[in-house]
Design a protein around this ligand. Structure first.
Ligand code: SF4
Ligand code: SF4
Length: 806
């Protein structure tokens, strides 16, 4: 059947390689497709993959990458239970794989384990070798015990829970990719979901249990949809949760509805690019086919005698690359086929008609997809606070896409970023509260902050908008748990002063500085004690305003020179021009997050230079670039001085630090005002497009290719091309305007800079426009960028400058 459907054509190159490194398991789950379903081929395979087979497999993968010039592949170490292969074998295999692929090819190493053996040693190995691990766990203990037991019937839950806690420790956390839960409708969906969330995984995936038209899933009748009902119960809870954990099946449906690619092989019409290598080197199709019939996954090829391209010609692979054409007639006419894609291939099997059927979960899939479509979660990647959703109007979207974005459009981004930051803060506290030794201090600060937020939201919100909160709630914290509690207390104290509500607190004074966002920083004498930090009793006096630190009153607003005092207060200073005010942040300990180092406290003289340049820059922006200025006035709150160190015009933004830009300087020369205007225009473009990407999916995931751009020597990922081209929309306008201002007129240096940047930007926008990785909204966005670029050529033509498109 597959041969006929596929018409003998070859599948696309493989990009995912599942390696069965160990063919036995230390659990005996009764829903396992490896041991408990029709296929019993595991009985005849070697228990473990030999060194020779590992070498040969790695060599074949390398060969495949070279032949197809693959930029990125994923290799999943699988079983049975892969950890049974042992530390040394896994290390050898990881190194062999990396050494076998060409230099330009990235290898993402993954592992799927039942977690029972996952201890400190294995976690350290995974971190060292860059292997990300997913752990199978079916919910709370009751749900997990339904199937995931040892051969003697014992529960595996406690061991697996301990493994998740082990890998969640900060030193191993980077190796943890998430939890995989096979659902059983006999379990309670909310209890299962809540139990998984309590373990704070980076991601959850829910799988439907393996079934097909021969072995039908458990349901009360043919019309019943218990699996959809189970998942919908979880979805309805999940979509309103702050700081919610990404769930692959829901994110996939939402992404597909928005025109993006699927994140899972069980949904969507993407061609399958996955191949399995068994412990003996046999090349097989996806494992889940084993649930269909004995030998369903087999191909007759093996890595010892055949290349992956030989195997690619097997009709089974080709049949799964046909997209819509490979589906049965019912699926082809289904209203949700683009999202569902006929469900998981293995779930379509029926004796006689093979895989030419709808999924055995057809009714469930239709119901789930329709439910998600009709109750869309807010933007794909933004995490809302309860009750809040965010969107961009079509007009605001188009205005931003053209390069500009007025006050209203940028305010929509500000609002969405506020939700995102609040949700990240909630998540940060939830994680820190259970994981930190200083969790109590964190919890106490959170209680004060939450109370203040409820009592005086108008006073607290501007403090929560401090950009660098975005860096510390999403980044790793070098000073550990005490540093987290310090930061949160700093935030709570700052809010207490704004809200006019006095607070007394015991604060971990760690790292030499306590920041009160929007107020300033308390510099502390270095600690020499054993822990390197101490606690301090701090009270706020909003009326003064002042804080009292261990009984000593520190009036806010002073800027004393550092002296022998135990601590000194450094207030935040602002730059002001024509009613527009931004903080010059040279204080926040988390501001050093850019690719140029942050500069230290600016001297009074340096501050004067900043102020003079800011006045000039803002005057220029308002006069010549009002379409950009309006958005900057709505969304820019902070400029952070960077060390210029030779790169006179150094500047930067950080994706998680909305509302701030880093600028190298100051310079004393009068040209610094012009330079500052250009850098503000440029960097605020990154701020805008980053916030749009948080709110709207413009690019589909999974494009790992690199693209040439004119402004950098190294090829860039597609998102970086978008970022760069979007920033250049403002930069090119600046140079066009500068050409008219420059003493040499249009013939001057500014004119040639305009022409060359214009052509580079046009080329980059063309790269974006021809990419197959744009979503529908992404195509609309790039279309607006193209219109702006085209207008430059028309403008140059009317001015009789160079107008030929390269
Ligand atoms: S842990 Fe995985 S491989 Fe082992 S028996 Fe359970 S489902 Fe099968
Ligand atoms: S919902 Fe049913 S008919 Fe529609 S694509 Fe999915 S499996 Fe096919």
């Amino acid at each position: 059947l597959n041969t006929q459907q596929a018409g003998g054509s070859a599948a696309s190159p493989f990009r995912q390689f599942i390696l069965k490194v160990h063919a036995r398991c230390n659990l005996a789950c009764d829903h396992c497709y490896v041991y408990e379903h029709a296929d019993q081929s595991w009985r005849d395979r070697p228990i473990v993959m030999s060194d020779e087979t590992m070498r040969q497999t790695a060599a074949r993968i390398g060969e495949h990458c070279r032949v197809h010039s693959l930029g990125d592949i994923q290799v999943v170490l699988h079983g049975g239970e892969p950890l049974l292969a042992g530390l040394h074998r896994i290390r050898r295999l990881a190194r062999l794989l990396r050494a076998s692929v060409p230099e330009q090819c990235g290898v993402q190493l993954r592992m799927q384990t039942n977690g029972v053996l996952l201890d400190d040693n294995f976690c350290a190995l995974l971190v060292e070798e860059g292997v990300k691990v997913g752990i199978s766990l079916d919910g709370d203990q009751q749900a997990n015990d339904l199937h995931r037991r040892y051969a003697d019937g014992r529960s595996s839950y406690r061991e697996v829970e301990a493994a998740v806690r082990t890998i969640s420790q900060p030193r191993f956390r980077g190796a943890f990719s998430g939890l995989l839960c096979t659902i059983d409708v006999a379990s309670d969906p909310i209890r299962s979901y809540t139990a998984l969330c309590e373990l704070d995984p980076p991601r959850i995936d829910f799988l439907l249990p393996h079934a097909n038209w021969e072995i039908v899933p458990r349901r009360s009748g043919p019309e019943a949809t218990p699996h959809a009902d189970w998942l919908i119960a979880v979805y309805d809870r999940w979509r309103t949760e702050p700081g919610r954990v990404p769930i692959r099946v829901f994110d996939s449906i939402a992404g597909l509805l928005a025109g993006a690619d699927s994140l899972t092989e069980s949904l969507g019409l993407d061609a399958a690019d996955l191949v399995v290598v068994e412990t003996d080197g046999a090349i097989e199709q996806v494992d889940s086919l084993k649930a269909a019939y004995d030998g369903a996954a087999g191909t007759g090829f093996d890595v010892h005698r055949h290349s992956f391209d030989d195997a690619r010609a097997h009709p089974g692979f080709a049949a799964r690359s046909l997209g819509m054409e490979g589906l049965c007639g019912t699926c082809q006419t289904c209203p949700v086929v683009r999202i569902c894609g006929g469900g998981l291939y293995a779930h379509r099997y029926r004796a006689g008609s093979g895989f030419q059927n709808p999924s055995v979960y057809c009714r469930d899939l239709l119901k789930l997809i329709t439910h998600v479509r009709d109750r869309p979660a807010v933007a794909l990647r933004a995490r809302p606070v309860p009750g809040e959703t965010h969107s961009l109007s079509g007009a605001a979207f188009d205005d931003l896409a053209a390069g500009w974005g007025g006050a209203g459009a940028v305010q929509a981004l500000v609002d969405a970023q506020r939700s995102l930051r609040l949700s990240s803060l909630v998540h940060f506290v939830r994680v820190g509260r259970s994981a930190d030794p200083s969790g109590e201090a964190l919890a106490a600060a959170w209680e004060v902050l939450a109370d203040l937020h409820e009592r005086a939201p108008g006073a607290v919100e501007p403090v929560l908008a401090h950009p660098y909160i975005g860096a510390w709630v999403t980044g790793s914290d070098a000073v550990g748990g005490a540093g987290r509690a310090r930061d949160l207390w700093g935030l709570a104290l700052a809010c207490s002063l704004r809200a006019g509500v006095p607070v007394n607190a015991t604060v971990p004074l760690v790292g030499g500085r306590l920041l009160l966002p929007t107020w300033g920083a308390l510099d502390l004498a270095p600690e020499t004690g054993r822990t390197g930090w101490r606690t301090g009793e701090i009270a706020t006096d909003p009326a003064a305003p002042a804080i009292v630190v261990d009984g000593r009153v520190v009036p806010l607003g002073e800027d004393p020179a550092k002296d022998d005092a135990e601590f000194s207060w450094l207030p935040v200073r602002h730059l002001e021009a024509d009613g527009f005010r931004v903080a010059l942040d040279d204080l926040d300990p988390h501001r050093d997050c850019y690719h140029h180092p942050a500069a230290g406290r600016q001297s009074p003289r340096q501050f004067e230079h900043w102020q003079a340049a800011f006045t000039d820059a803002w005057e220029l922006i308002n006069r010549e670039f009002p379409r950009y200025g309006e958005g900057i006035a709505s969304g820019l709150g902070t400029i952070t001085p960077l060390e210029a160190s030779g790169a006179v015009d150094a500047s930067a933004t950080h994706r998680r630090v909305f509302g701030a830009v880093g600028i190298g300087g100051p310079r004393a020369d009068p040209g610094f005002g012009d330079a500052l205007a250009l850098l503000l225009l440029h960097e605020f473009q990154h701020v805008k497009v980053g916030a749009v990407l948080d709110l709207v999916p413009l690019l589909a995931p999974g494009d790992d290719a690199r693209y040439e751009v004119g402004w950098r020597p190294d090829p860039r990922p597609l998102e970086a091309v978008l970022q760069g081209a979007y920033a250049h929309l403002a930069v090119v306008e600046y140079w066009h305007s500068a050409a008219h201002r420059s003493p040499g007129g249009p013939a001057g240096e500014a004119r040639s800079t305009f022409l060359s940047l214009r052509d580079q930007t046009a080329a980059a926008v063309d790269v974006l426009a021809t990419s197959s990785s744009l979503t529908d909204l992404g195509r609309r966005w790039i279309g607006r960028m193209q219109t702006t670029v085209q207008s430059w050529y028309e403008l140059a033509e009317s001015e009789e400058w160079g107008c030929d498109r390269p």
